[in-house]
Design a binder for this molecule. Sequence first.
Ligand code: ATP
Length: 303
Amino acid sequence: MIRSSVVVSAPAKINLCLGVGGARDDGFHALATVYQAIGLYDQVTVRPADGWSLSVTGHERIQVEQVPADESNIAVRAALLLAAHHGIDPDVAIAIDKGIPVAGGMAGGSADGAATLLACDTLWGLRTPRGELLELAGELGSDVPFALLGGTAIGTGRGEVVTPAMTRGEYWWVVLEADVGLSTPAVYREFDAMHGPRAVPDPVIPDALMEALRRGDVEALGEALCNDLQPAALRLRPELQRALEHGLEETAFGALISGSGPSCLFLCEGRAHAVQVASALSGHQLGPVSFAPGPVPGARVVG
Ligand code: ATP
């Protein structure tokens, strides 16, 4: 069947723990992380066209003007990569509608890359095997394979090697966004500067965190959350420390910076608790506050 359009929805990711090792020979840092996909989404619509084009819109709180509209956009790179892989022309009009903060440490760009891979694969009727799609995703960026997979997963390598993890129950997250994003490379540079020439130990995933996820124990998970990039992100944005403390004072079970920041995450016991913590945090006027459950599925065709 020739389709006139395909719509794919892809979720934001958070890192329940983010263990960062030393820089590798290829410049990337070795990671040991536990990803979780949460219910904040970008939507990508693709349509047949002559050549490629891109348009970007977004929720009013999203700074879409910071999203590149040229070939550096990861959605365009995804379409070009998939077309080249199959030796076909990248004839597609791509429309991104963003609900995931830009440069917020929640992998919105990666979600768009994964969504575009899946959308173009469906539009062009390619039926690329899942393993091949995951490999192409890994070429686009470290977080893109997870955006395809979704759920909760362990990430190793530079984050692109993903293995689904066993979890029980649902977790509710309050997300505090910042008005100005943080550049991921800048946070890694700060991380390197803080460690100096000392060897960085190999990153590990705490047993307590995996155990808490297996049991669905929110309180234990709150205590086990960890992020090796947090000290570097806090050096660049010291005011976030107060934001994390406010969340804990407002009864969140755990608080941490999402990935390279600056979004802050607060773990809650359920939806009602998330509503309560989100409204209390909104009162501090630190930035836009939302809440979402996890884990949710990865990129999927919704229309
Ligand atoms: P990371 O995945 O590195 O943690 P992030 O979640 O902090 O990134 P993203 O929203 O993914 O941030 O964007 C990081 C940068 O990538 C942006 O500042 C922007 O310049 C560029 N970019 C390229 N394509 C996209 C896209 N489709 N959406 C958002 N940003 C994009």
